[in-house]
Ligand binder design. Sequence first.
Ligand code: NAP
Length: 370
Amino acid sequence: MPDHRTATSLAALLLALTAACNATAQTATIRQYQYAPRADGAAYEVVLKQVPRPSPKMHQVLVRIHATSINGGYDVDMRDRKPGGPADLTGGIPFADGAGEVVELGAGVTRFRVGDRVVGIFMPRWIDGDRTGDGMQSSRGGNAGGMLSEFVVADEQGLVSFPKHLTYEEAATLPTSGVTAWVGLFKYGQVKAEEYVLLEGTGGVSTFGLVFAVAAGAKPIITSSSDAKLERARKLGAFGTVNYRTDPDWEKAVRTLTGGAGVKQVLEVGGRGTLEKALAALAFDGHVAMIGTLSGFAEQIPTGPLFQAGAHLTTVYVGSRADFEAMNAFIAKHKVHPVIDRVLEFEQAPAAFELMAHGDYMGKIVVRVR
Ligand SMILES: NC(=O)c1ccc[n+]([C@@H]2O[C@H](COP(=O)([O-])OP(=O)(O)OC[C@H]3O[C@@H](n4cnc5c(N)ncnc54)[C@H](OP(=O)(O)O)[C@@H]3O)[C@@H](O)[C@H]2O)c1
């Protein structure tokens, strides 16, 4: 028969063992959001799962994700697709964009060390040079490369370090909107100081365009459906602002702000209904970076206005790792900060989709992971 003291120490031992088992269980599994078909089968919902903690293989690293961010035209479209077919997203991890800390190295890793702060590239296999089919197929989001997870494994080639002055939340906004705006303005547009730059609306790409243009000493003119957002844009350094809702002839107002010369650069994110207006606001030999289709695809190419303006048109599809690194150098040099509208907690991630769908934000919506 055990005496009283033996029974007490046995109970303590049992408690300690239970605590150790719980701790092991916590580290053995992680929380991760995944797409799952909605009950009505019309679209997906995002569900929180407990899954085994992944381990890095050869040339991979394990990243503890600290923050992710959502892209309306990408992530919301993905969630709203009809499940099924060869491109079914069931089990895929939402969000292409995320930043975190390297916590474990697979064999043969040379680019990173434990503790490094890293951010994922939108297309991990587009390293440099021209885009390739293989690079396009490596796009993150809705697959194993998604970022809305406490931990992810990633090939070391598909990550970059980010500028020291940025937080994880800020870094998580860079991969899609940041790189796209930077490629449109600087790789293809080669923006110069004092040039007029037109930015349509105050979403992720356009607000990156705004802070980049300000940093380059250019004169950004930005449109919005909201006077409050335009007021905020002025505080961020906008040279001119136009409300496209209360002023349907906004292209004329933009040209007037340039003294009649027109803008030299446009980040064209609207598509149908905005391309012709952007061309009407363009200076001779100006550059239009074709980026988005917020109001649908412009079905017709307006060749008349194109010739008249002598416009240079390029199409942008995010960018390579080399583009990302060039943008990071610019951000570090000019101490640029992304525009973040709000930061949600991990448990609130599904609400990010609704916030994006309703448009009541300016810049980026971030989800903090831990
Ligand atoms: N090609 C690429 O590599 C690439 C990369 C990223 C994004 N995209 C595309 O580019 C577009 C913008 O992306 P984003 O992430 O910046 O979008 P976002 O954050 O969802 O932008 C939404 C904002 O755009 C503005 N907007 C909506 N319709 C507009 C219109 N007709 N004219 C002017 N502004 C309008 C609104 O601003 P206000 O509230 O101020 O009115 C709205 O709040 C999307 O179509 C996206 O799919 C393409």
